[in-house]
Design a protein around this ligand. Sequence first.
Ligand code: C5P
Length: 295
Amino acid sequence: MTGAIDSNMTHLHGCRAPAKLNLFLHVVGRRDDGYHLLQSVFQLIDLADVLHFDLRDDETITRVTDLPDVPAGDDLTVRAAQLLANAMAHRGLRPTGVNIAIEKHIPMGGGLGGGSSDAATTLIALNQLWQAGMKRSELMDLGLQLGADVPFFLLGENAFVEGIGEQLTGVPTPSAWFVVIHPGISVPTPLIFREPELTRNTKAVKIVDLSASPLGFGRNDLQAVAARAFPPVADAIKWLSAFGEARMTGSGACVFAAFASESEADAVLQSVPAGWRGWKAQSLATHPMVTLLQS
Ligand code: C5P
C-alpha cells in the first residue's frame, strides 16, 4: 500500500511500483511507424520499487537518489513529473517542485517493466499531491508518451494488452508464485524489435481463447531472437525448465516460471547458479496504488 499523506499534503512516502510479467507475448503485426502490434497478458507481481515524494518550496523537479545507470534527466520518474506539470500548466495550474527518491529493487533491462512502473507510480502520486484532478484515462494518455508499457501500470489490474500497449482489457488471472531469474545481463528492447528474424505475424487471439488460464498460454515471440542474441537468456530458460515451464518476460533478459506453492518456489531459489539473481514473487490481483486512481 501507499504510505500516509500528511495533513498538509506535502509528502507521499512508500509508494510501490510493482513489476510485471508477460504471461505470453505475441507479435501480431507492425504499424507504419515501425512500432509492433502486440497481444499479451500483463501480470502484476509483488517485486516492487518503492518511491518517496516530498514537495519543495520552489518549482524544481529533482531525483534525489543517485542511480549510476540512469542520468536524472532521462529518468522516467522525472520525465513523468515534468509531463504532468506541463499538462497542469496548460490548465492554468502551477505545481510546486518535488524531490523524488527511489528504492530500486526491479532490475533494469530485465523485461519486468520497472522504469515504466516507476513512471506510472509517479503520475499517480503527483496527481494526488499536486491535486491535479486527472482521471485515470488522462494519466494513461500522458503515460503512453513515456513508453508503451506505462498505461498498463495505470489500469489498476492485470490486463490483456493489445496495440502497442495502449489497448487494455482487465482480465482475471490465477494466483501463483513465480520464480524470476535474471541471468546477469540486460537486453536492449529496440535491438530485439529491429531483428529481421523476429516473428511478426502470429495469428491474433481473442480473450475467450485464454479463458481456461493465461498461465502457459501461447508463447513469447521475442524469446527466440533474444535467446539467440544473448546466450545467458537461453541458459536461464534451459536451467529453469528443469523445474517448470520457463519463459522470458518482455524482451528479456529475465525468465520466469509459475509454481503452485511458495515452498516449491523456495526450493528452486536454493540452487540458482552463481552470477545470476533470483527472486520469488507472488501474483497481485490489483495495483498497490489502485485506490488513488479516479475512473
Ligand atoms: O516503449 P518503449 O520505450 O518500451 O520501447 C522501446 C523501443 O522498442 C521502441 O523505441 C521501439 O523501437 C520498440 N518497440 C516496438 N513495438 C512496441 C514496443 C516497443 O517496436 N510495441
